[in-house]
Design a protein around this ligand. Structure first.
Ligand code: GLN
Length: 298
């Protein structure tokens, strides 16, 4: 990329980050198109996120990371294993009973830095509090970067681009977000889907788990579930008679990143180096494809 273009991209990324106040538009580069964040976007985002950290090189970052985890030699990730294909409970997972794209990324990052990865499974709403308390070192949970969340945690460069979609029954007349106005809407508590519907001014019912919201839809007790795209695909595959409705003008793209306790720049640098490498060498897109295929094959 020529320098001028790169600078323009950086300025664009920064402008978008500043102007994005709602979770429906989290500051993602809308020209990306692909699910997995492009390396150039990652670089642009890295420029905005890490410019002030004094940039330890990756070897230093790895050394520092040992000192900044709550238990030496262990990198403890918090997650909410209710969000396939990113994290879910399986008969035999990659870390204990936990499996998914995020869990595989967590394991690789820990091991590549000479540590073991541990998972603490908790409610999505508790993750940022657990970071602040020092109960976990990092949160990896398909977590969308939002201005609000950035007030209580620091985020890595993004590793995945997603969007909110609507899941409806196959015979539903909902074709756009505006059609939800007089419908019964279900969301999952604390997810960006809830924030989007709230911002749109619609009333809704919030459930603790995606599967609970989907059951309401399947049982005809609600008309539409608003949730992240890849997870929606999993639910539609698992349940007869459902379909996905997209509305790109209402739901902007969102970016998933790993959260750390505010100020833990050594760990953040280590995570950023690892993510940058895994975006550039195709590891993250391979994991995305692998876990999406597993879902489709079920
Ligand atoms: N991406 C959504 C959010 O950040 C949902 C994440 C999740 O359920 N794990 O709110």
């Amino acid at each position: 990329m020529r320098k001028a273009t790169k600078t323009a991209a950086l300025v664009l990324a920064m402008t978008m980050a500043v102007s994005a106040l709602t979770a429906c538009g989290s500051g993602a580069d809308k020209t990306t198109g692909a699910d997995v964040t492009g390396t150039e976007n990652a670089e642009a985002a890295a420029g905005t996120e890490t410019a002030d950290t004094g940039a330890a090189d990756s070897a230093e970052a790895a050394d520092n990371a040992a000192a900044v985890t709550k238990t030496e030699g262990v990198l403890t990730f918090g997650t909410n294993a209710e969000f396939p294909p990113f994290e879910f409970v399986a008969a035999s997972g990659v870390i204990d009973q936990y499996d998914g794209i995020d869990i595989a990324i967590a394991k690789q990052i820990a091991e590549e830095n000479g540590m073991t990865a541990a998972i603490e499974n908790m409610e999505f709403d508790s993750l940022l509090i657990a970071l602040e308390n020092g109960q976990i070192d990092a949160a990896i949970a398909g977590m969308t970067v939002t201005e609000d969340r950035k007030k209580s945690a620091d985020f890595s460069i993004p590793y995945y681009t997603a969007t909110q979609v609507m899941i409806v029954k196959e015979d539903s007349d909902i074709a756009a977000a505006a059609d939800m106005a007089d419908k019964k809407i279900c969301v999952v508590q604390g997810y960006t889907g809830e924030i989007c519907v709230q911002d749109m001014g619609y009333s809704y019912e919030a459930f603790k788990k995606g599967t609970e919201a989907i059951m309401e839809l399947v049982n005809g007790k609600c008309d539409v579930v608003v949730i992240d795209s890849a997870t929606a695909q999993k639910y539609v595959n698992d349940n007869e008679g459902l379909k996905i409705v997209e509305d790109a003008s209402a739901f902007e793209s969102e970016e998933y990143a790993i959260a750390v306790k505010k100020g833990n720049t050594a760990l953040l640098d280590m995570l950023n180096t690892a993510i940058e490498t895994k975006l550039a060498d195709g590891t993250i897109s391979e994991l995305g494809a692998k876990y999406t295929e597993e879902i489709t094959a079920e």
